[in-house]
Design a protein around this ligand. Structure first.
Ligand SMILES: NC(=O)c1ccc[n+]([C@@H]2O[C@H](COP(=O)([O-])OP(=O)(O)OC[C@H]3O[C@@H](n4cnc5c(N)ncnc54)[C@H](OP(=O)(O)O)[C@@H]3O)[C@@H](O)[C@H]2O)c1
Length: 310
């Protein structure tokens, strides 16, 4: 089978496509014939070696996919051969990640795709949707609480806004002028200018400070000023700097939800109801993975870049 490979740490130019042995579904696992697998910021970190110097290549990147179940291991209860599914994949394992023609995942990491959505759209939901879910679960805000979101136009930020509205939160989100209408459409109650002054801008809208904040733009300690005394921040990358005024910093690790099937199922249902919106920017054949990495690294992508296996 064909797979995108990181043969060594480096720039986008190291990415290649190669043949790999076909994996088989073990107990409690399904094998998916992949149609679509997304390219995420984490793939860039994996490729550069910035994130996992202890896990040497070669390996297959990719943390989410959609495709058709083509093999079911012993004990699988809920999925059958022929089901169209979406799944989160943890790539730091011997068989690698999602960007391959055949990928084995635990049953708990896969659910049917939302009715009315394509496989390409569905592929954009599991990893970033579960990240948003995990961030909000860590903050555990009661309905009516205030939440701020940085990086709101991005994949994680967008899903955070939509899930927060489902949870009855009041959301203030940052945006560049060009993204303001997008962020409003996603459900933000207030939109403030993005940038280094974002904490001051959020305080202008919520003078007492927000109850919680999801820092999807990875601004770090600069956001603390937006949060009320004793509030909380969900950090999606390593937190640089300390904290102040009793603000709790939660570290989001989506891998902790990689087998949270109930959360994945909720994402499917919300997408079916139109309350969670998968966004696709562009598709690429696996042979153009280098181009996808360059495009993502350049910034400004709205919606996900998706590798499509024919
Ligand atoms: N911990 C976990 O388990 C986990 C899981 C998933 C994702 N993540 C991390 O979460 C972060 C967001 O991921 P994503 O997929 O949502 O990325 P994304 O789609 O690229 O979104 C990031 C957003 O932040 C914006 N941004 C960048 N710099 C900014 C700044 N200084 N001020 C305001 N906005 C800024 C980007 O705008 P431009 O495009 O204009 O730069 C973009 O809209 C990444 O760092 C990713 O690695 C962590």
């Amino acid at each position: 089978m064909k797979a995108v490979i990181i043969p060594q740490f480096g720039g986008p130019e190291v990415l290649t496509v190669a043949e790999r042995p076909e994996p088989s579904a073990g107990p409690g696992e399904v094998r998916v014939r992949v149609h679509a697998a997304t390219v995420n910021p984490t793939d860039l970190s994996l490729r550069s070696g910035r994130r996992t110097p202890d896990y040497p290549p070669p390996y297959i990147p990719g943390m989410e996919l959609a495709g058709v179940v083509d093999q079911v291991g012993p004990g699988v209860q809920t999925l059958r051969v022929g089901d169209e599914v979406m799944a989160i994949v943890v790539p730091m394992r011997p068989q690698g990640g999602a960007q391959a023609e055949l990928v084995v995942v635990p049953e708990a990491s896969a659910v049917p795709i939302p009715r009315g959505r394509s496989l390409v759209e569905a592929a954009t939901l599991p990893m970033n949707g579960l990240t948003a879910r995990r961030a909000l679960d860590l903050l555990a805000l009661a309905p009516g609480s205030t939440l701020a979101v940085t990086g709101a136009a991005g994949a994680v930020g967008g899903y955070v806004i939509q899930l927060a509205k489902v949870a009855g939160l009041k959301v203030v989100a940052d945006a560049a002028p060009a993204d303001e209408s997008l962020v409003r459409e996603l459900g933000a109650d207030w939109v403030v200018p993005r940038g280094s002054q974002v904490a001051t801008e959020i305080r202008r809208v919520i003078p007492q400070g927000v109850d919680g904040l999801v820092d999807a733009a990875v601004l770090g300690a600069k956001v603390l000023g937006a949060v009320r005394d004793g509030g909380a921040v969900a950090a999606v990358r390593q937190w640089e700097g300390g904290t102040e005024r009793g603000i709790v910093i939660h570290h989001v690790m989506v891998t902790e939800y990689a087998q949270n099937r109930a959360a994945l199922e909720e994402l499917r249902q919300l997408a079916e109801q139109g309350r969670l919106t998968p966004r696709v920017a562009q598709t690429f054949p696996p042979e153009a993975a280098q181009e996808a990495h360059r495009r993502l690294a350049a910034g400004g992508v709205r919606g996900r870049l998706v590798i499509v296996f024919s």
